[in-house]
Design a protein. Structure first.
Length: 368
């Protein structure tokens, strides 16, 4: 018995909702509580022939014995919250903290145009403007909204009391480590920290009360919207591999790339994860479809998992490009590609092609 927290290891879209819904059935927690920024994060889960797209409630609502809660660090759209309670049949066991911030019409409007939408690729959910207003201490709170009064509860007190009674608590993180406001690819990030530490603060639980931190990775990388992603595949390459996906919240096509061991290792470090979950192995390795144990996996899938297990313990990041056999005559070509990357425009100091070529040459010639 104890507290388990589940977070994303990449840029979101890792399949956290499916892991949460599975653990909610398997571990039968008294409470499933959600942290994170707000309804800008969505999870898609299936129950038999039913598909649920969740934006506010925790994905563990499928366990009818569990109370589902939203922590005080989350901003809430009352319309989305109330609709999901009705659609998912969770009235009587859905709660939110009185200190949850409230997304209003003007937040939705601000998030659907201008720089946030065009440059950062915001979801248009109002989450960013609401969190900005919260930082200015002017945001309306859940305790001020009449339609939410029957659902308000002291979430930190409830989950800590449950732990005192030796009950199971399941904590749901949202988005992915590398979208964290502190640790992500700024400015192409969300409006809060979404590592395990940040999610703990969102729901009101101290780090010493956490028993397990599970970081979820997909067997390949995907990202919605703008922002850097090393080794990004073309739309044609993504389609050929069968990795074509669309975002739960926005419906936008997800960009794709190969599994990134360096990003995975950093995600584990930032959240002190002690367990790893890998999703969509059967998409990358179709012969894995239906397998329910490691022994049932094909040789390629086993090798992939073994590689993750060994490399993530100690990722040896090369000290120079020469260590990965990059020749000096590639410097100009690498610099030219760097100038084409969408993140180039956000550099605080503009670098010329010659400047970038010199940086690449230095990385080839000597250690960082």
């Amino acid at each position: 018995m104890g507290a388990t927290i589940v977070i994303g290891g990449f840029f979101g879209d890792e399949g956290k909702g499916k892991i949460i819904s599975y653990l909610a059935q398997k571990d039968d927690p008294t409470i499933v509580v959600r942290g994170g920024a707000g309804p800008n994060a969505g999870h898609t889960i299936k129950d038999g022939d039913k598909t649920f797209k969740v934006r506010m409630l925790p994905s563990g609502f499928l366990n009818k014995n569990s109370k589902v809660m939203i922590g005080p660090g989350v901003v809430v759209n009352p319309d989305v919250f109330l609709k999901e309670i009705n659609d998912f049949g969770t009235d009587g066991r859905s709660f939110l903290d009185n200190n949850c911030g409230i997304i209003e019409k003007h937040h939705l409007e601000a998030d659907s145009k201008g720089r946030l939408k065009e440059k950062i690729g915001s979801t248009g959910s109002g989450t960013g403007p609401a969190n900005a207003e919260r930082a200015m201490r002017t945001l309306k709170m859940a305790k001020e909204i009449d339609s939410l009064q029957k659902y308000i509860i002291d979430v930190p007190l409830e989950i800590n009391n449950a732990l005192d009674r030796n009950e199971n608590i399941l904590i749901e993180g949202t988005q992915g480590t590398h979208l964290s406001l502190w640790h992500g690819t700024y400015p192409f990030v969300t409006t809060k920290d979404v590592t395990a530490s940040g999610i703990c603060a969102d729901v009101g639980i101290g780090p010493k009360r956490i028993d397990d931190v599970i970081v979820v990775f997909k067997s390949y990388l995907t990202r919605v919207g703008t922002g850097p992603m090393a080794g990004e595949l073309s739309a044609e390459e993504t389609s050929q591999k069968g990795w074509e996906e669309f975002g739960t919240v926005t419906g936008r096509l997800r960009r794709a790339a190969e599994f990134d061991f360096e990003l995975a290792s950093r995600a584990i470090m930032l959240s002190s994860a002690n367990q790893i979950s890998i999703t969509k192995l059967d998409v990358r390795f179709p012969d894995c479809a239906g397998a329910q144990s490691l022994d049932e996996l094909g040789a390629d899938a086993k090798s992939f998992i073994k590689n993750i297990e060994s490399i993530l313990d100690r990722v040896n990041i090369p000290k120079s490009l020469s260590e990965i056999n990059v020749p000096e005559d590639c410097a100009k070509r690498i610099a030219e590609k760097a100038m084409l990357d969408q993140a180039y425009a956000t550099n605080p100091k503009k670098a010329s092609l010659e400047d970038l070529e010199e940086i690449v040459l230095q990385s080839i010639k000597k250690a960082r």
